[in-house]
Every structure is written in structure tokens, then in C-alpha cells.
Design a protein around this ligand. Structure first.
Ligand code: DON
Length: 564
């Protein structure tokens, strides 16, 4: 009930903000670009570029900064993914997804009768996964950064210690968490100034405890978080609050460099995140399907276009539920098959342009969605590119944290299938590849992506939005590659979402014409409206002219595309 209300408040507040905001226009630059959900964090990234840092340095600095300025999703208590392409077109990824603790079991969320205990996998200390962000940023910097580690972490320490401007987004969250009757004392006390009051919009907000935690990371690197004082405090917090993460879990956590998922679309190369994210596989599968469509006759935003897109989504999400999970625990994921052109041919033949297919709901139930994640894209003047998405899962994650550490823990364990073998229409699936196991990574939808053109980065893109991430990224990539939209238009254009089950198209209410909606219904689709989907942060790069164009989604009024 509380969470529902919270979602409602955020929906209303984002609407309120939307009404006041103009579209965030494109930014042009010749030396580099940083796009993130907070303008002051994008500035941090650009300052790093100006100091001679590369795209990785800028991404790491921006990510640490967002942990200070954008705490609903920016984090050191969560996890995520990086896709990196250097100026020569060489690509890699860093997986810093949270892991299940050593003491986790596949029945840890069930009662003695084998029933799922309501909400426990989302709203308790047992929902917290072993955080991966600090290890991931550290590994990315160690392998590919240029400036000293301390230089890239310092700006976040400064923002936490000396304060940054408290914005309306934070102010409205603070109002929510301090409402009468809220019994979450950690969140109630979270947005406070030195006098113990909620900061006013425009006031500098200082976070001393977070500054100390970040200082240890600055001085000791990865070990400043996973060992020593911070690890001890995290483990104590877990013990006191019914969590199961121990010092050993923290000491053992490693980020992993993995081969990207590769695909292509009419001469462009697509690089995205492999499992434990489902994003890359689904994106490539859907782009392969689009390559078979006749866009000479199918116009943008026509019922046929949206039908085709929805049918591609339906199929990619069915394959996702069936096959995908942590690759270190699922050794036979058919990645090559799912991303092959031959498989797309077969799938394409199943699509009837006149009639919606039916999702077979006897096999799996509706899938659960999270509330807040954030994406950032960076490029430097050499043409290196970083696409980074990270998350706490829900908005403000578990809404649990230790005051003395000053940061919020994720509730990412909720991304596992909670009850083995049990799949229901109420939002729960129980398929094997994504069941809880000690040290396993939960399946994600985050889709940080880089598209290459003639061996150089061309488009850097990603978004928050739970399962909608895959689809908003997919449509934005299609908008740029097929419909030749500039990046800001591609981001702002209508997005729809189909995730196989429930069998419906969710659409952005103000952007779909009622006439088209009726045509889609006539094909057999069920439609459901929503105001907004995604918060895309993108860059396009013209390697021949050396020009960067950045744009951030107008659904994030405090975001910023800053170049220099
Ligand atoms: O990893 C995932 O797919 C989810 N935990 C992401 C949650 C999310 O994007 C919520 N965002 N708005």
C-alpha cells in the first residue's frame, strides 16, 4: 500500500514537473559530451574530460556524482553495467550486477507451507543484493581509465561534503518521505540539512556521512568499500536488520569483464549488454526482426509500424523468460541462436501483419517491474564512448540504509524469480534460469548500448524503466538508424511497450493518436495508457566531422547534456 502510494506521488510529481518543462534540446560539441539525469553530475563528467580524462574517467566520475545528487537511482549501494567502445571500435562490457549473498537459497522467500511471503523479496533487508557499483567503477577505471582514481572520485566527495543545489525533484521526494505517519525513520531523516530541516529548493545540501564513505573509496579504492570500516558497518547493519550479507560476501564480490552481445542493422554494428542482463539479447533479436520489415511501405507511427514493433517485443520477451539468467549458472544459454539472422527469419514468418498473436499465458505469468534506474552516456574527444546504466531497483531501492554510511541499499533480489516452479498471472514467474542461488546475479533488463558505424562509435544510448528499458532503447535505436531521427527527436518520440505477458501494448498517452489506437485494437491488441516511458540519455557522434550531439529525456527535468 505504502509503495503504491509512493509510486502515485512520483507519477503525479513527474507530471507536474513535465507540465512546467520544455523539451531538453540537443547540445552540440567538438571535444566531448556527458549526458546524465542530473545536470551538476554531467558538469562533473565534463570537468573530468577538460582535465584530460577519457570517456571512462568521465563516466566513473559522473556515476559517483549521481550517487550524491540523484539518490533515487544513482548509487554506491546497487549495481549495473557498462558498455565501452574505444575510438578504434573495440568493445567490452563490465558487469557489476549485484549478487545473491552466500546464505541465499531458492526458498528463502517462502514460508513453511512453501508460499511466497508477501513483499519480502522487495521490501526487507533480505531483498538487498551484494552491491556491485564500487567494484564495477573501480574495474572500469583500472582497465581503461586515464586520470588517477582519486581525481575521478574527488568531485563526488566535494559534492557530498560541500553540498550541491537541492532541486525540486529531491524536495518533492523529501516531502513524501517526511509525511505524517511514515514509519521509515531512515528515509524520514535522509533529506535533512544541518539544522535537521528539509532543505529548501535552491539550498546547498550536504551529506557528511556519505562524504566519509566516498572518501574511503577515494583513498583505498575498491577495498575502501568491500573491506575495512565500511564493510564492517554494512555487515553490522545487515545483522541488526535481518539481512544476510556478511563481510565475506563483500570481500568476495568481483565485477566481471564480459564480451558484449553483438548484432547488426543495415550496416551498423550494435553492441549491448550480455546476460545477466537480458537487454542486449532482446535488443539484437528485435533489430534483426526489424531488418526484415519493409519500411518503404511501413511509415513511422502508423498502426502497422507499431503492430510490428509490438509483435517483435512479444517474441523477444517470451525468449527472455524462457532462456535468460546469470550465465555463470546457466551454461547453455543459446545466445548465438537468439541473436542470429536465421532465428529472426523464423520468428518473422510467425508475424501476421493483420492480426495480433496471442501470448501463451499458460507458461508464465506477468513479470514484475521496478521503479528507478539511471543511465549516463559519455564520449571524449578521441571518440571513446561509454554507456552506463545502474540501479537500486525501486526508487530509493530498499529505502533502507545506515545513517552512519549515508547511502541507500538496493532491493535487487526482487529481480530473481522468487518461488521455484510457480508462475502466476499476478506478476510472478518461476522458471529455472533466474531462481535464487548463492552468489548468483539476478536477471536484469538494463540495456546500455553503443552502435558503431564504420568501426567508430555512432550512437550511445540507455534508459531506466524496468522491463520497459529494453523496448525504449530498441525504439530509440530504430528511430535513429531506420527513421534517421536526430537524437533528441528519437528520444522524445512515442514509445510503446509489450512484454509478452500481460498480453497488452502500453503506450505513452499523449503521443498516440486515438485513430491509430483504434486500428491497433482492430488488429486484436489490448492497449493500456501511461504518461511516460523511459528517461533516455543519448549521444550521436559524427566521426568524420568530429561533432558530438547529446540529448537527455525531457521526462527528467534536472538532467543535462553538456558538451565542450
Ligand atoms: O535490473 C533491472 O532490470 C531492474 N532492476 C531495473 C529497475 C528499473 O529500471 C527501474 N527503473 N525505472
Amino acid at each position: 500500500m505504502t509503495l503504491l502510494k509512493f509510486r502515485l506521488v512520483f507519477l503525479l510529481s513527474s507530471l507536474f514537473i513535465l507540465c512546467q518543462t520544455q523539451l531538453n534540446a540537443q547540445t552540440y560539441a567538438k571535444n566531448g559530451m556527458v549526458v546524465s539525469s542530473d545536470e551538476s553530475s554531467s558538469e562533473v563528467g565534463v570537468d573530468i574530460l577538460k582535465k584530460g580524462g577519457n570517456a571512462i574517467d568521465a563516466a566513473v566520475a559522473t556515476a559517483f556524482s549521481l550517487a550524491v545528487t540523484h539518490p533515487s537511482a544513482g548509487n554506491i549501494g546497487g549495481g549495473g553495467f557498462i558498455v565501452f567502445m574505444n575510438s578504434e571500435g573495440e568493445t567490452t562490457t563490465i558487469d557489476f550486477r549485484e549478487k545473491a549473498p552466500l546464505a541465499a537459497t531458492n526458498d528463502m522467500y517462502l514460508n513453511e507451507q512453501g508460499k511466497l511471503i508477501d513483499g519480502i523479496n522487495h521490501h526487507s533487508a533480505k531483498a538487498i543484493g551484494v552491491p556491485g557499483t564500487v567494484a564495477g567503477l573501480y574495474l572500469a577505471h583500472k582497465n581503461y581509465g586515464k586520470l588517477p582514481w582519486k581525481t575521478v572520485v574527488q568531485p563526488a566527495v566535494d559534492q557530498a561534503k560541500n553540498g550541491f543545489v537541492f532541486n525540486w525533484y529531491l524536495y518533492r521526494a523529501a516531502q513524501y518521505f517526511t509525511r505524517e505517519g511514515n514509519d521509515n525513520t531512515f528515509m524520514n531523516g535522509y533529506f535533512r540539512n544541518e539544522k535537521g530541516a528539509i532543505p529548501e529548493p535552491g539550498e546547498l545540501w550536504m551529506q557528511n556521512e556519505l562524504a566519509e564513505t566516498l572518501t574511503l573509496i577515494r583513498d583505498k579504492g575498491r577495498d575502501g568499500f568491500y573491506k575495512g570500516k565500511t564493510a564492517k558497518k554494512i555487515a553490522n547493519f545487515m545483522k541488526k536488520n535481518g539481512g544476510i550479507i556478511t563481510k565475506k560476501d563483500l570481500a568476495k564480490y568481483e565485477a566481471i569483464e564480459r564480451e558484449p552481445i553483438k548484432g547488426s542493422y543495415k550496416g551498423y554494428d550494435i553492441y549491448s549488454m550480455p546476460p545477466p542482463s537480458s537487454g542486449g539479447v532482446a535488443l539484437v533479436e528485435m533489430m534483426n526482426l526489424m531488418e526484415l520489415a519493409d519500411f518503404e511501405t511501413i511509415e513511422f507511427n502508423s498502426a502497422d509500424h507499431l503492430h510490428l514493433v509490438a509483435e517483435a517485443m512479444r517474441r523477444a520477451f517470451a525468449d527472455r523468460a524462457e532462456h535468460l539468467g546469470d550465465p555463470d549458472f546457466n551454461l547453455n544459454i543459446p545466445l548465438e541462436k537468439l541473436t542470429s539472422k536465421a532465428f529472426a527469419q523464423k520468428r518473422f514468418q510467425e508475424i501476421n501483419m493483420a492480426k495480433a498473436s496471442i501470448s501463451d499465458s499458460s507458461r508464465f505469468g506477468r513479470l514484475y517491474d521496478g521503479e528507478s534506474t539511471t543511465h549516463l552516456s559519455t564520449m571524449d574527444k578521441e571518440g571513446n564512448a561509454v554507456s552506463l546504466t545502474y540501479t537500486l531497483e525501486y526508487s530509493y531501492g530498499s529505502q533502507m540504509g545506515s545513517k552512519e554510511l549515508g547511502f541507500i541499499f538496493n532491493n535487487e533480489m526482487g529481480d530473481f524469480n522468487p518461488q521455484p516452479g510457480i508462475t502466476k498471472s499476478n506478476g510472478q514467474i518461476g522458471t529455472a534460469p533466474n531462481l535464487v542461488a548463492p552468489e548468483k546475479r539476478m536477471l536484469s533488463s538494463m540495456t546500455p548500448t553503443i552502435v558503431g558505424k564504420k568501426g567508430k562509435p555512432f550512437l550511445v544510448i540507455g534508459s531506466p524503466g524496468g522491463r520497459t528499458i529494453i523496448n525504449t532503447v530498441f525504439q530509440t535505436v530504430l528511430n535513429v538508424l531506420e527513421f534517421k531521427m536526430p537524437i533528441d527527436k528519437a528520444i522524445e518520440a512515442l514509445k510503446i511497450h509489450h512484454q509478452w505477458l500481460p498480453d497488452q501494448i502500453v503506450y505513452e498517452k499523449l503521443l498516440l493518436s486515438p485513430d491509430t489506437r483504434k486500428l491497433l485494437e482492430a488488429k486484436g491488441h489490448t492497449l493500456k495508457e501511461r504518461f511516460n516511458m523511459g528517461a533516455l540519455m543519448g549521444i550521436t557522434y559524427d566521426a568524420e566531422k568530429g561533432i558530438f550531439v547529446g540529448a537527455s529525456d525531457s521526462s527528467q527535468p534536472d538532467s543535462g547534456a553538456i558538451g565542450y
